[in-house]
Structures are given as C-alpha cells and as structure tokens.
Design a protein. Structure first.
Length: 368
C-alpha cells in the first residue's frame, strides 16, 4: 500500500503521467527506493541487486487495477523527443536515428534496426531510438502501414547478411551495461505501442489510439526479444531458411510478454517447449507457419514485402484500427496485460540479479 500512496502522490492523484524510469527516479529522490548508482558501472556478477526494489515497487503498482492501468497508459503516450522530430520526418520522409533508420517507402514507413556488430541485438543504445521511430512511424499521416526489419550485419560469423535480430545484447548484459528498468521500458513502451498503438492523454487506450498495421520482414533469425516482437505483428513474412528461438531460460531471464502471447499462436505445450526447453522453431515448419504468415525464398523477400504492403493498403486501412482493437478485446485486453506485467516486473527483477544468470552466461556464452 505504501507504493500505491507514493504513486498517487507523485502523479498528483493520477492526473500526471510518469514513465517508469521517471517514476523510479522521483521515488528515489523521496527516499522510498535506494539509488542504483553504486551498481551502475559494475559488471553484472558484482552488482548488489539494488534495483530489485524497483521491481517490487513497480510490481505493486502494476498489480493494482487503477494505478497499474494509469502507468500502462503513461507508457503508451508518444515521447516528447518523438513529437519534436515528427515534422522533420513528415517533410523529408527519412530519419537516421543511429540504431534505427526510418524511411518512407510509398505507403509504408520502414524501420530498420541497426546494431551490426551485435547481430542487431537490443540494448541500452538501441532502446531510445527504437521507441522514437515507432512513435514517429505511427504519427506520420503520409503512410498507412509500418514495416519492421533488421539491417545487414558486420559480425564475423554472419558478415554481409541481413538479420532480423539476436534479442538482448548478451555481452552488454554480462558486462552490467543493461539496467533492470530496460526490460520494463521496452515491454511497456515500444513493444506495447506496436501492439496497441499510441495513447491519448484524456482517453482510454482501449478505445482511442493512433495505430497502424505492422509487417515484419524476417531474415535469418528472430532470437529472444526479436521473436517476442513478432508476436505483436499483424503480418509476418519470413525467409524459408529463417528460424525462431526464445533462449531466455538458458540465459536466466523471462522472455518479455512471450509467456502471455506465444500460446495464442502455437498452443501451450509448444510454447512451454520453446520457453522452458529451448525448442527451435523453423519458419518453414508447421509450427513456424502458425507465427509466420508467408514463407518465401530469401531472394523473394523484397518483392513479397512490396506485394503485402500493396495488398494491405489497396482498399485503404480505415478499418485497421477498429479491427485491431476488436482482436485485442478478445485476446489481450489492457487489464490482462497489466496483470501479467505486475508478475513480470517482480520476477524479472529477481532473475536479472540471480547468480544463475551470470553462471548461465559464462557457461553458454563463454564470457569468463
């Protein structure tokens, strides 16, 4: 209850929207949470787990229907940085955000993830740019759909290949460069914005949102977090040599909202095998085709992508937002997501700082 009283105080009885990082910063200034600064520059194995209290704090808030829904709403609002740059994109049709390149191609805004040294993995350097790009793509009045794909990488093993993405950056995770709040900012932020669209301050996200259809172009593989993102897509095109994995158990963490969403695609047993027993799902397999809408030869990806964009926009997309909301009403209302994230916030905090995570990283990725 103390966390809920503090939330009401910091948000002025829920009349003010605060993102999770700002919320925790203000709670720390109030003395309600310990400062994570002493741990910030330490490798993961040397951290004392000061951020666990953030997980407990956010879990209590998210577990409350009123406060938790308000926090989810706050995380679905467009960033100030996005609003500051949206006119630039509208005028030029292109933005280089470093870790993400955003470009208008006809009726589509194409987001290309760029972290070539790390197989387009996600980390603290990619998160802000990705959310800004998602916001701007959704706000752009000149496009009707959004496309998500990975760029060509330079990593020795796959140099010159285009890859969708390798999930969380395990090197940065082991080196302590990824904070606990990264998980919450990611899944309550850009991943949920892809799934639910952008919220408006004075209207419920359940009934009012700015959203578009999302298409994934899956080259190579979608590992971990990149597989999680596929579960929010409206249409996925995969190369026939591509595959999906969710190795979070092997890493020692929880794979975002995959535990909530994957069973809807492949059923409970295969979802448990993928998450708990590292089952690989090839895109061309029967299970893969439950997640991927079309599977094509790698050299056909560009042509198929153009075809799908045209197919989804040829009759206009007036009903797209309404149909997406109708699907969500049945499969994952905001309250279902909120309750899941209440559990996730607590459990991920303990996973992130567990000795088992360090041990798994050292055993499986040889970072000793």
């Amino acid at each position: 209850m103390q966390s809920l009283r503090l939330y009401d105080e910091l948000t002025a009885a829920r009349t003010r929207f605060l993102r999770v990082d700002e919320l925790c910063r203000l709670a720390t200034e109030k003395g309600a949470l310990p400062s994570p600064d002493p741990d910030a520059r330490l490798p993961l194995r040397e951290k004392k787990g000061l951020e666990k209290t953030q997980g407990e704090f956010l879990s209590e808030i998210l577990s409350n229907p009123v406060a938790g829904t308000h926090l989810c709403h706050a995380m679905l609002l467009p960033l100030a940085e996005s609003l500051a740059r949206v006119s630039e994109y509208q005028e030029t049709g292109e933005l280089d955000l470093g870790a993400v390149h955003l470009k208008r191609h006809g009726k589509a805004s194409v987001l290309t993830a760029r972290n070539p040294r790390y197989l387009n993995a996600e980390d603290e350097t990619t998160l802000p740019a990705t959310e800004i790009a998602v916001d701007i793509a959704l706000l752009d009045p000149k496009t009707e759909v959004c496309v998500l794909r990975g760029d060509v990488v330079t990593h020795t093993k796959h140099a010159g290949r285009r890859l969708f993405g390798a999930g969380i950056n395990l090197t940065h995770l082991y080196e302590g460069k990824i904070r606990y709040l990264w998980y919450l900012i990611r899944d309550l932020g850009f991943v949920n914005k892809i799934y639910r669209g952008l919220a408006r301050e004075h209207e419920s996200p359940e009934v009012a949102s700015t959203e578009k259809l999302w298409i994934a172009a899956l080259d190579g593989f979608a590992i971990g977090g990149h597989c999680q993102v596929l579960l929010t897509m409206d249409y996925t095109i995969a190369a026939d040599d591509a595959y999906l994995t969710l190795p979070a158990r092997k890493e020692g963490i929880i794979p975002g909202a995959a535990n909530l969403r994957l069973p809807r695609f492949v059923g409970d047993r295969i979802a448990r095998q993928a998450i708990l027993a590292e089952r690989r799902i090839d895109c061309h397999s029967p299970e893969g085709r439950l997640i991927c809408d079309e599977v094509v030869a790698p050299d056909r990806m560009e042509a198929k992508l153009n075809e799908i964009v045209e197919r989804l926009t040829s009759s206009g997309v007036v009903s797209a937002a309404g149909n997406r909301r109708a699907f969500r009403a049945g499969e994952e209302p905001l309250d279902t997501f909120r309750r899941y994230m209440g559990v996730y916030a607590r459990e991920q905090a303990y996973c992130h700082f567990s000795p088992a995570l360090v041990s798994n990283l050292e055993k499986n990725w040889k970072r000793k």
